[in-house]
Design a protein around this ligand. Structure first.
Ligand SMILES: NC(=O)c1ccc[n+]([C@@H]2O[C@H](COP(=O)([O-])OP(=O)(O)OC[C@H]3O[C@@H](n4cnc5c(N)ncnc54)[C@H](O)[C@@H]3O)[C@@H](O)[C@H]2O)c1
Length: 389
């Protein structure tokens, strides 16, 4: 087998070729890594039921597939029962239908703003990831976005507070918040620690997302304090990779779409805002560690603390990797968006301080930006419709 674990040490040397990565299978490579890193956590879930809301989305793709992968490899007869819940706001992807045909997997079409019913009754663990996450789409559907994070979360927490004792007691709930709760941090708070209170507009075009996530965290903290609900909070920082729909309108799939169509990459800004990007396999390990090992009522930044790159440099890295993989000849170009609010309240810099997750969860992202882009572009090249089917 190719020395995949050493890929991240080779950022400046030529990476594996398209053919080498294809032969390995990007998803298998990632899922093996996730299951290896989460061996003790997934063993705790053997024979238990894990329910995931928003399961048909980007994060749901590997959150769900990792559990199924563990089931397929584990020698124990006790498997993890997987319940995948989604309102399928942007369609029901084929991959979830395929997963639903596996033993121990149930797919449920449900809107989380409706009261909890049978779908959670057997749950030992609940992951609440239902919420539109792409800025373009949450600005089009602000009320639905707030409802999933406020009413949907409240339904789950109310259900959980009555399941605190006895054989049915819930073992853990993970709420997906966001790095956007920090808004546009001042430079003294970059890298941003969990203790930073944020610089957020409560009425701007992004407020439906940022403020409902902030209130969601407040709900979690107080259900943990007042009712001892075992809920933990993850604050994801810019994930990318397999499972992110090419039509999602976030930068990484937009760039992949340009590359695979042999077009130039067009930036709808001057490309100066900076981000750190976290490859999805690393992030998924972090999220499950927050669920299994995090402290109730506490939030954890999950992302990469370096490199912090401008969107322009991130686009250029896509160009460079695509050239080495596919002999891509495009360049980075600039244009203005027709959407007047495209850049309103867009944070100038975003970079997490992950020392809390490092110290308490032994979280350590390992896939370099170049390797992550390489894995992503190969995955998109093999999933051209980009809708993860
Ligand atoms: N991907 C990231 O980098 C990132 C960053 C910050 C926060 N998050 C958070 O992580 C979670 C998952 O993000 P994602 O990237 O997978 O999002 P996504 O938009 O790809 O998927 C979200 C899923 O939730 C479902 N959904 C939305 N509202 C629902 C409702 N009311 N009932 C049932 N299902 C509903 C959608 O149908 C979709 O399948 C979200 O809470 C998001 O805010 C993600």
């Amino acid at each position: 087998m190719l020395a995949v674990n050493k890929m991240h040490d080779r950022a400046s040397t030529p990476g594996p070729t398209h053919a080498e990565l294809s032969a390995l299978g990007i998803e298998t490579l990632d899922l093996d890594m996730i299951c290896r890193e989460l061996k003790s956590q997934f063993s705790l879930a053997a024979g238990k039921t894990m329910a995931i809301t928003g399961a048909a989305g980007f994060l749901g793709f590997y959150l769900a597939k990792a559990l199924a992968h563990w089931n397929s490899q584990s020698e124990t007869s006790e498997k993890i029962n997987i319940v995948l819940i989604d309102a399928f706001l942007r369609g029901q992807p084929d991959w979830i239908n395929q997963l639903g045909r596996e033993d121990n997997v149930t797919v449920i079409h449900k809107n989380v703003i409706d009261p909890v019913s049978v779908e959670l009754h057997d749950a030992d663990y609940i992951i609440h990831a239902a919420s539109i996450a792409s800025p373009i789409f949450y600005r089009e559907h602000p009320i639905e976005t707030m409802d999933a994070n406020v009413t949907g979360l409240r339904n789950i927490l109310d259900f959980a507070k009555d399941r605190q004792t006895g054989p049915d007691a819930l073992k853990g709930i993970l709420y997906f918040s966001t790095s956007e709760i920090y808004g546009d941090p001042d430079p003294q708070n970059i890298p941003t620690a969990e203790t930073y209170r944020g610089n957020v507009s409560c009425t701007g075009p992004r407020a439906c997302y940022d403020e409902s996530k902030r209130y969601g965290e407040t709900l979690c903290v107080n259900f943990a304090r007042q009712h001892h609900v075992p809920v933990t909070i993850a604050r994801p920082f810019n994930n990318y990779g397999p499972g992110l729909k090419i039509t999602d309108k976030r930068a990484p799939p937009d760039f992949a779409s340009d590359v695979l169509s042999s077009r130039d990459i067009i930036l709808l800004s001057d490309g100066s805002p900076t981000r750190t990007f976290c490859y999805i396999a690393d992030a998924i390990i972090g999220y499950y560690k927050v669920l299994f090992n995090g402290k109730a009522g506490e939030s954890y930044n999950i992302g990469n603390d370096s490199p912090e790159v401008s969107i322009r440099d991130f686009a250029q890295k896509n160009v460079d990797v695509a050239e080495s993989l596919f002999d891509y000849k495009g360049t980075v170009k600039f244009a203005n968006s027709e959407d007047a609010d495209y850049l309103t309240d867009n944070p100038h810099r975003r970079c997490p301080d992950i020392s809390k997750a490092r110290a308490e969860l032994q979280f350590e992202p390992s896939v370099s930006l170049e390797d992550g882009i390489r894995r992503s572009l190969v995955w998109y090249s093999e999933n051209r419709d980009g809708d993860c089917s």
